[in-house]
Design a protein around this ligand. Structure first.
Ligand code: B12
Ligand code: SF4
Ligand code: SF4
Length: 398
């Protein structure tokens, strides 16, 4: 579509990297729209039903694996990544291991990333358009988890990292705590070399330590077992066998990133927008349980958590309270909310009350002692042998 010569295209390529970095992206890669080497794996995943009730994953046919069917005329895919892990707030592993506290995925503590990513991508596209008069009519579409797009395969093919056994995109010098986004454009740019080799080697930490054993094969997650799916995407009644394994994770799950050794090299985010709001990095369960619907909607304005709605929020909290050491206090709190809960949330409240009652039977009137005496088993959530947090700035967590 343009009259740029090879040298100008190379120059533009370099500019895109620089503009991307100035916009806050940690990396920018370019690839062609042929994703055929990922197609079979994608449809096998769907055939096995691993997408559960995420019907949108199956409803676009080959549009997801063939970018030119989604956006006709696409000639290049520009893939970007934006880190979200901030060197502030509470240490995530400490929060995860306090059963009476709530664990919210690191990506969801602050502002929703979807709009922010797309805005930055649009700014990048406008800069590309302004590079040369022949690009004035450049067509582009910006995506970040907003359309049927194979974001991790595109990123791997654009050289941004490799797909790990946990199925996340990992860069050996940057870990995996970042979002992905793309620009589809109708201009053929020089492509980057893909990441050809998976960097996991013999490590299987994520597969072994996943609380629900959701990573069923190298690079393959059965979403139906994944806590991220269960707490965010799935609005129904959660299988009783899975509830104790969810621990205190009330929105998403980070375990397969926390145990990944590549995350020793993770980059910190520079986006203040992702800073934890309302002390969500250190909130305790009963404090959040007290929120009414108006508070929930107000506090989660502009946050990804709002999307699950108040009833699912109550459902998730009820499970976590059932897994905590809250005794009579927990039972009372659960009962007080019962009539504000819908029938699905009530099923989980009933279960949680039963859990706490069982716990009291084992150690009547002795919750304090349970917490202090390590010999008395407590329903502590999953504890991995080892966690990896970014090493460069060791002591900035509280
Ligand atoms: C559906 C979805 C989910 C589902 C399903 C997850 C899954 N693994 O598929 C659920 C709800 C469980 C989920 C959870 C999370 N998600 Co999500 N999710 C998506 C979404 C919308 C689609 C992913 C998809 O297409 N899945 C279907 C599978 C088949 O595709 P795939 O994993 O990309 O598979 C490719 C490779 O794995 C490869 N492959 C298949 N088999 C094999 C075998 C081998 C050996 C190898 C090497 C490769 C390989 O081929 C496949 C291509 O067809 C993307 C956004 C997007 N549009 O891409 C975000 C996205 C993948 N999620 C993201 C995040 C951050 C998360 C969570 C960390 C959130 C959280 N903290 O709770 C967890 C992580 C869980 C995990 N281990 O995957 C980020 C990942 C960023 C990164 N660094 O990789 C994305 C890209 C969103 C974004 N824009 O940033 N997610
Ligand atoms: S997000 Fe949690 S539940 Fe899902 S695969 Fe990773 S460790 Fe397992
Ligand atoms: S934990 Fe180990 S196996 Fe899992 S993605 Fe990281 S390096 Fe790969």
């Amino acid at each position: 579509m343009s009259s740029l010569n090879t040298q100008q295209l190379q120059q533009l390529r370099q500019q895109i990297q620089q503009w991307g970095q100035a916009l806050g992206f940690a990396d920018v890669g370019i690839t062609h729209p042929d994703l055929s080497r990922y197609e079979v794996q994608h449809f096998t995943w769907l055939e096995k039903g691993y997408h559960g009730e995420m019907h949108y994953m199956a409803s676009h046919g080959t549009k997801r694996t063939r970018p030119q069917e989604l956006v006709p005329g696409t000639l290049s895919l520009i893939s970007v990544r934006l880190p979200y892990f901030l060197p502030e707030g509470k240490n995530p592993t400490i929060q995860l291991h306090q059963p009476n506290h709530a664990y919210i995925s690191r990506y969801a503590l602050g502002r929703d990333y979807h709009k922010l990513m797309r805005k930055k991508l649009q700014q990048l596209a406008e800069q590309i358009k302004a590079f040369h008069p022949s690009l004035a009519n450049l067509q582009y579409r910006a995506f970040s988890d907003s359309a049927p797009v194979l974001e991790r395969p595109i990123a791997e093919q654009a050289g941004l990292g490799f797909i790990g056994k946990n199925s996340l995109l990992i860069h050996p010098r940057a870990g995996s705590w970042f979002f992905l986004g793309e620009l589809f454009i109708n201009l053929e740019l020089p492509a980057d070399a893909p990441f050809e080799k998976q960097g996991c080697g013999p490590c299987t930490a994520c597969m072994v330590e996943c609380p629900t054993q959701a990573i069923v094969e190298n690079g393959v997650v059965d979403a139906r077992r994944c806590i991220s799916y269960l707490t965010i995407e799935y609005s129904g009644i959660i299988d009783e066998a899975l509830r104790p394994l969810i621990g205190n994770r009330i929105y998403g799950c980070d375990d397969c990133q926390l145990v990944c050794p590549w995350n020793r090299f993770a980059e910190w985010s520079a986006q203040k927008d992702f800073s934890p709001r309302h002390h969500l990095d250190q909130a305790n369960l009963l404090e959040l349980w007290q929120w009414d619907e108006t508070t929930f909607l107000k506090n989660f304005e502009g946050s990804p958590v709002r999307r699950i709605g108040y009833q699912q929020w109550l459902r998730n909290l009820a499970i976590a309270i059932g897994n905590a050491n809250l005794g009579e206090k927990g039972i009372l709190a659960l009962k007080q909310k019962y009539h504000q809960a819908d029938t699905i949330a009530q099923v989980h409240i009933d279960w949680a009350i039963e859990q706490l009652k069982q716990q009291l039977k084992q150690q009547p009137n002795d919750i304090e002692k349970t917490q202090k005496n390590p010999k008395i088993p407590s329903p502590a959530p999953f504890k991995a042998k080892k966690y990896y947090l970014p090493a460069e700035i060791p002591c900035r967590f509280k």
